[in-house]
Write a protein that binds this ligand. Structure first.
Ligand SMILES: C[S@@+](CC[C@H](N)C(=O)[O-])C[C@H]1O[C@@H](n2cnc3c(N)ncnc32)[C@H](O)[C@@H]1O
Length: 220
């Protein structure tokens, strides 16, 4: 099945709010746990970048899980950054979570490379997957840990609809529609492998980790 790209930014306030109100607690906790298990040597105080942070649940969880970590969380959507601000405000972690509204291409490199760059469910939004890998190359350094999770495109629209029914049967219509469109917009593991090779990032590995997810990990 050919890829059908979707708009990059989730900047419609209603769409952003529906996403923020969905219950991703288990998935996001699993993301943070998987990240920590993949890079135990990072310790408790790394400088971490979350690209496409959405409503901020993952950066908050990262900061909680690593009590000395500094987390920079970036999203191009003003609506999402506003929701992230609400989520972080008043928490103990607030001083260690820096929210930045920026598109990937415009993102300023930090004064020192990040120790880790993570991203969940951003890649499939991008019209050109290369934008993610180029951004990572700009802000990371030798030894930076990379942990990128995303959807992978199923073989057919029928299979995409079946996945939505299986995993989002009781979700609001907006969320089901977004999930379906995201599956159609996602890259296949083979396409991501090609993107990594084209970017000269052969050190990173792409693997299928569920019937709908792929994971890219490794160190630069
Ligand atoms: C599906 S959400 C994932 C949010 C979050 N990572 C999570 O797992 O809950 C994808 C996010 O990526 C952001 N995004 C998409 N394209 C972007 C770009 N080119 N630059 C910055 N952010 C982008 C969208 O605005 C959206 O908030």
């Amino acid at each position: 099945m050919e890829r059908i790209p979707e708009p990059e930014l989730m900047d419609d306030p209603g769409q952003a709010r529906a996403y923020a109100e969905a219950d991703f607690a288990e998935v996001n906790a699993g993301f943070v746990e998987g990240f920590q298990q993949s890079f135990p040597w990072l310790g408790g105080s790394p400088f971490v970048l979350d690209l496409g942070c959405g409503p901020g649940d993952i950066p908050l969880r990262l900061a909680r899980a690593m009590p000395g970590a500094l987390v920079q969380a970036v999203d191009g959507s003003p609506a999402m950054i506003e929701l992230a601000r609400e989520a972080v405000a008043g928490t103990e972690e607030e001083p260690r979570v820096m929210l930045v509204q920026s598109g990937l291409r415009e993102l300023e490199p930090p004064p020192m490379p990040f120790h880790a760059v993570v991203s969940n469910s951003l890649l499939h939004h991008l019209h050109h997957g290369a934008d993610l890998w180029r951004t990572i190359q700009r802000v990371a350094g030798e030894g930076t840990a990379i942990y990128v999770m995303d959807l992978q495109r199923p073989d057919s629209e029928e299979r995409a609809a079946a996945i939505v029914d299986q995993y989002a049967a009781d979700e609001p219509e907006q969320l089901r529609t977004d999930f379906y469109n995201s599956l159609l917009a996602a890259f296949t593991p083979e396409e991501v492998g090609d993107q990594l090779r084209a970017a000269g990032l052969e050190g990173l590995e792409v693997e299928t980790v569920s019937d709908r997810h792929l994971l890219v990990t490794g160190t630069l």
